[in-house]
Design a protein. Structure first.
Length: 78
């Protein structure tokens, strides 16, 4: 019967866990950085839209309200 080296297997698994945690932290940091960049650019875009001159005959943009919900809201009754 084959001997199982539990200590070696545990060390290998712990090493893999450590590597995956490091990779996850890198990906999460990159994600947070992208979120911050999107928020910053959205703020700049909002500022610039506010600085655009309004022409006298222009009306504010209207939102197309023909969108229908495909999923209902659940009842809040107990």
């Amino acid at each position: 019967m084959t001997e199982i080296d539990v200590e070696q297997d545990l060390a290998t698994v712990n090493d893999q866990i450590g590597k995956l945690v490091e990779e996850l932290n890198k990906v999460n940091n990159a994600r947070e950085s992208l979120i911050q960049q999107v928020q910053n650019l959205s703020g700049v875009a909002m500022y610039l839209r506010g600085k655009m001159p309004q022409s006298e005959g222009s009306e504010p943009e209207t939102v197309d309200e023909s969108v229908e919900r495909s999923v209902g809201v659940p009842d809040e009754t107990p």
